[in-house]
Design a protein around this ligand. Structure first.
Ligand SMILES: *Cc1c(COP(=O)(O)O)cnc(C)c1O
Length: 354
C-alpha cells in the first residue's frame, strides 16, 4: 500500500496472547494478575467516573507522579507516566533513537521492543542470550543509542542481579532502558541505577502486580532531562482521568498489592515443585509466570491439549522457545486444575472423554 511507510509495511504486528471473549477459559497466557484490584482502586474508579469526565485530565499526571516519587524515592520531575508501559517504550524509541540508528535488544526477550524499533525505522542489534538465557556483558560494547533490558526477562522469567546490570550500564555508551514489568515478583530491582546514573531509565507498570492491565498505566523514572524529553513527545493528555485516579489509589493501598504478590510467589513455588515432580524442566523464574518443558511431550502438543481442556497457556513458535510453554501463575485453584490436566496429558489421554 503506497500510503504506508516502508518501515511500517515491512514490520509484522505485535501478536499479543489470546484474549477470548467470555470466562470459560482458565487464562494463564498473558501474565495478568489472577486477583482483582484493591477495593480502594475500584472506589476511586467509581468516584472518577462522574461529571468531571467532561474535563481533560492533568496533562502530566501530577498527583500520581508525586505519589510515585514518594513511594520509590524520586523527585516528581524524574517520573514520567504513560498509557501503559508499552506507550512509555514506544515514546522512548521516538524520543531517543533517530531513524537509521541502532538499538540493542536481546533474544529471546520482549518482542515488542524489536517491533517498535523496526516500525520507527531504527535498526535492532539482536544479541543472543547465553545457553542459560543469561545476558552477555559484551552486548554493552555495541555502537547503539539505546539498549533494552527487560529484567526479569520475558518470557524466560530470569532475573539479572543488580550488580551485573550496573556493570552493563557503566560499560554501554548509550541509554539503558530497564523494563521492570515483573520486578515486584523478584528479589531485587534496579531503581538505584536510575537514581544514580545519567544513562539509565527504569520502566514499570501497574498491569501485573497491581492487577490493572485493563486500565493501562505505566511509568518510567530516571534523570530529569530524559523525563523532560519524554514529556515533549507524549500526547498532551496521554493518561485518562480514571486511570490516573486508579493508579494513585493502588499506590495508596500498596499492602493490598504486596499481599497478592506474596500469594502469587507462594503459588509459583508450589507450581514449580509440582511441575518438576511431573518431570518438567522449569527455568528459575522471578516473575509471575514460569517457562517449562517436558522431556517427552512437545510443547505445541501440551498447549493444544490444555486448550482443549479449557486452559490457556502461551506457546511461542520461535527458536529456543518452542520447547517450552509459558504458564502464568494463577490462583491456587487454577493451578491445581492445570496440574491435574498436565498429569492426564502426560499419562497419555487429553482428558477428553471419548
Ligand atoms: C506486560 C509487559 C509490559 C507492558 O505493560 P503495560 O503497562 O501493560 O503496557 C512491558 N514489558 C514487559 C516485559 C511486559 O511483560
Amino acid at each position: 500500500m503506497r500510503f504506508v511507510r516502508k518501515s511500517v509495511q515491512e514490520t509484522p504486528p505485535y501478536t499479543p496472547g489470546e484474549q477470548p471473549e467470555g470466562t470459560e477459559f482458565v487464562k494463564l497466557n498473558t501474565n495478568e494478575n489472577p486477583y482483582p484490584p484493591s477495593p480502594r482502586v475500584l472506589e476511586a474508579v467509581h468516584d472518577a467516573a462522574g461529571a468531571s469526565l467532561r474535563l481533560y485530565p492533568n496533562p502530566t499526571a501530577r498527583e500520581l507522579r508525586e505519589k510515585i516519587g514518594d513511594v520509590y524515592g524520586f523527585d516528581p520531575a524524574q517520573v514520567f507516566v504513560g498509557n501503559g508501559m508499552d506507550e512509555v517504550l514506544s515514546l522512548i524509541v521516538r524520543t531517543f533513537v533517530e531513524v537509521g540508528e541502532q538499538a540493542v535488544i536481546f533474544y529471546p526477550s520482549y518482542t515488542l521492543d524489536e517491533i517498535l524499533l523496526r516500525q520507527h525505522g531504527a535498526v535492532p542489534v539482536i544479541v543472543e542470550l547465553g545457553k542459560d538465557f543469561s545476558v552477555p556483558l559484551e552486548a554493552a560494547d555495541a555502537d547503539a543509542k539505546v539498549l533494552f533490558l527487560p529484567n526479569p526477562n520475558s518470557p524466560t522469567g530470569i532475573l539479572e542481579p543488580q550488580a551485573k546490570v550496573r556493570d552493563l550500564c557503566e560499560r554501554f555508551r548509550g541509554l539503558v532502558v530497564i523494563d521492570e514489568a515483573y520486578v515486584d515478583f523478584a528479589e531485587e530491582n534496579c531503581l538505584e541505577l536510575a537514581a544514580e546514573m545519567e544513562n539509565v531509565l527504569v520502566s514499570r507498570t501497574f498491569s501485573k502486580s497491581s492487577s490493572l492491565a485493563g486500565l493501562r498505566v505505566g511509568f518510567a523514572v530516571g534523570p530529569e532531562q530524559l523525563i523532560a524529553a519524554l514529556n515533549k513527545t507524549k500526547d498532551s493528555y496521554n493518561v485518562n482521568r480514571v486511570s490516573q485516579a486508579a493508579a494513585l489509589a493502588a499506590l495508596e493501598d500498596l499492602p493490598y498489592a504486596i499481599e497478592n504478590v506474596a500469594r502469587i510467589k507462594a503459588t509459583r513455588t508450589r507450581l514449580v515443585t509440582q511441575l518438576e515432580r511431573q518431570g518438567f524442566d522449569v527455568l528459575r523464574s522471578s516473575a509471575n509466570f514460569v517457562m517449562a518443558r517436558h522431556p517427552h511431550l512437545a510443547a505445541s502438543a501440551i498447549y493444544k491439549a490444555l486448550k482443549e481442556q479449557g486452559i490457556l497457556v502461551r506457546y511461542f513458535e520461535m527458536p529456543r522457545l518452542d520447547q517450552y510453554v509459558r504458564i502464568t501463575i494463577g490462583t491456587d485453584e487454577e493451578t491445581d486444575r492445570l496440574l491435574g490436566a498436565l498429569a492426564e496429558i502426560a499419562a497419555g489421554g487429553t482428558g477428553n472423554p471419548g
